[in-house]
Design a binder for this molecule. Structure first.
Ligand SMILES: [Fe+2]
Ligand SMILES: [Fe+2]
Length: 219
């Protein structure tokens, strides 16, 4: 006689509960992948501080991951889908959490550019500084989204609003390119493996689906 929805797939962080999928679930899964890569970058930045030479292939891959997965794909979903839907439901576009998040995205792009320039110039000190700036910014940013902004989003976006945001995510993925999301998950995995970072936490959220495709095709 239960009217509870069926248990959700393994791609959902709260699998086993009766809550329907929400657009912030996808973003929180992606946050775990990004956090794992930030940990890998921190390991490499510490090595630079100890005098190890720049591992240019690692940093070039990390920078491309940040530009594509973290910025174009993940921030693209936030700026192009989630935030506008929240604004439509009365959340201020500027002067509040949404405005702060957008400003931090811009700030992060500057640090990524600084990292790329430092790698090109083989400037280990500048690379370490820009990497720590980015890591510090994005960890705090993700924490604010997970614990403040996404709590607001869960309250104001429900039913058809949430469905429209999920449809928008699919459009972002199409624009980024078929298979690109999965390819960048593979790059994240390689970056973590190269740095000895344990990916258990991000795997436990369903962000990686058994080496197959990614968590954005949620059903
Ligand atoms: Fe963000
Ligand atoms: Fe985010």
């Amino acid at each position: 006689m239960s009217t509870q929805p069926t248990t959700k797939g393994a791609c959902h962080a709260d699998a086993g509960t009766t809550l329907p999928p929400h657009p912030v679930d996808t973003l929180m899964q992606e946050h775990e992948v990004i956090l794992a890569v930030l940990e890998a970058m921190e390991t490499q930045a510490k090595a630079l501080a100890a005098g190890t030479a720049i591992d240019a292939p690692f940093w070039r891959d990390a920078i491309e991951f940040l530009r594509n997965f973290a910025d174009a794909c993940h921030h693209g979903k936030e700026e192009g889908c989630l935030f506008p839907a929240m604004v439509q439901r009365g959340v201020p576009d500027t002067g509040g959490p949404v405005g702060v998040m957008k400003l931090e995205h811009v700030e992060g792009r500057g640090f990524i550019a600084d990292m790329a320039k430092a790698v090109d110039q083989s400037n280990a000190a500048a690379l370490r500084r820009a990497a720590y700036d980015y890591i510090t910014l994005l960890r705090a940013h993700i924490d604010k989204e997970n614990h403040i902004l996404f709590v607001i989003a869960r309250n104001v976006l429900q039913g058809p609003d949430a469905g429209a945001v999920l449809a928008g995510y699919a459009e972002v993925e199409r624009k980024v390119g078929d298979g690109e999301h999965c390819r960048w998950l593979g790059v994240a995995e390689s970056l973590c493996a190269a740095s000895g970072v344990d990916m258990a936490r991000s795997r436990s959220t369903g962000a990686w689906l058994g080496g197959g495709c990614c968590g954005h095709h949620e059903h």
